[in-house]
Design a protein around this ligand. Sequence first.
Ligand code: G16
Length: 556
Amino acid sequence: MHPRMRVEMDTELQHADAYPVPSGITMEYGTAGFRAPACNLPHVMYRMGLLAVLRARYTRGVIGVMVTASHNPEEDNGVKLMEGLGDMLSVSWEKHATSLASAQLGELRTQLSALLRDCPGSESSSPVQKYHVLIGQDTRASSKVLAQAVSDGVTDLGGTFKDFGLVTTPQLHYLVASHNSDGLMGEPSLDGYYRKLSEAYKALMAQAKPQPKIEGSYPLTMDGANGVGAPKMVELLSYLKSSLAVKIINNGESGKLNHECGADYVKIGRRAPKGLQMLEGRIYCSLDGDADRLLYYFVDKSGTFHLVDGDKISTLMAIFIQHLLKEAQLPFQVSVLQTAYANGSSTRYLKDTLQLQVYCLPTGVKYLHTKAKECDIGVYFEANGHGTVLFGKRVLDKVAEVMQDSSKPETQRAAATQLYHTSQLINQAVGDALSDLLAVEAMLSLLDLSLPQLYALYTDIPSRLLKVKVIDRQQITTTDAERSVTHPEGLQAAIEERVHHHLQARAFVRPSGTEDMVRVYAESKTQESADCLAHEVALLVHRLAGGVGEEPRATT
Ligand code: G16
């Protein structure tokens, strides 16, 4: 056993004094880890380095620690932990992360000892095993120092680390997955990641009809949110060579991260990133700050903006896979996993028109990903553009069998081959904007479908998303995949009463796990009615759940 890894924490935590817990600051592990103003995070990062070593020991695998606050403003930062085949930190360990994050030195030792005692093999004198942590960071000015705090935590518990520097969050998930699968998920390097994606994309596109070229212009423009996705897309394009041309804007050279650009800005405001002059006939997409979300959009003849959000991307992927399964004569079930934010029209279209199994789960890729693993083929996307498609082993085995069976008709084998390349193209560890972008491009081409045609498959019910600041958002608790409030008393009944005043309406509220806000969502027959309902519900939250500052104003 490593000398620093005895069961009792008699080891000196060399760097602990450098990372005291600031007074009055407690943090909770949220939807995707910790998020806060960067200045409040060094002690959390150090403690997550310690936790990562313990988790590596517990799982006997490599752990990833990504320093990022994703869609949040530049001033914030945060940390996401990943393990196993790229999954988010197990929900059962989130409580340990929360309690370690606020533990002062003495308490820290006690908690570490307790966790260490529970680690499998902690009592044995087995030979030294390395507990290895992969670290990545986004482009925030604060990320470098915070990544250093993580590595200090790792080394204090005798772990080793590799700092990959700037990577997208999904790239780090991929690296963790490929390490922990002994390369089965791909070669554990960035080169391996780019090769895997570009080879799968080229193989799929070899079957597509050539697209008409627009002279001197790019058919696709990508908004990089001034984050890490932009330089990483440049690297990916160098592997794709001439098979894909993308113009990148908001590439971080001058603008501020997620400021008036990026997937969250586009989704919430349903507008183009600032400064982008959209043209009819062109296609646009936006990533978020750490490149795990992707949204597409375009303008029609009249200049009206249309958003192809996560719901529509998920519909495209489900249609494409359903079509290939039919062609390959493989009787597997495609399931689609959504959250309460999924537009009601998308759910209806998936269930009634495509006849697919649809599930609603709480917000957070961690829940969707876990459920998707239980499905033959699990397509999951949040409306905000975060998602992927998971292929079960049973399916992949059968796909391989059909591909290799020369007695099968050529069309059947070709469909199985496309399914195989699709499973290689779509990141199996987590929702990945770069991989999803290639998948959307390939699927549209292979289905011979334009983005406006995809958009027109169903009409979204008008909706509105608002945020309300309250004293303590954790006072709001929910049930039924966050569609109903259980506390504070009276809030749910009041929401339902307002919903009854609107046609074809629904509304829900939930505390955000990434921002200090309560999120309000409303849908109704007209945009005016959805805006009005969202405002009424926001007022209820403000009045009944301890609103801070002025009451929310009506959307204009
Ligand atoms: C993270 C999670 C997503 C979630 C989003 C917003 O995304 O990974 O699953 O939808 O936060 O969560 P909340 O509504 O709780 O704030 P990201 O892209 O910010 O890492």
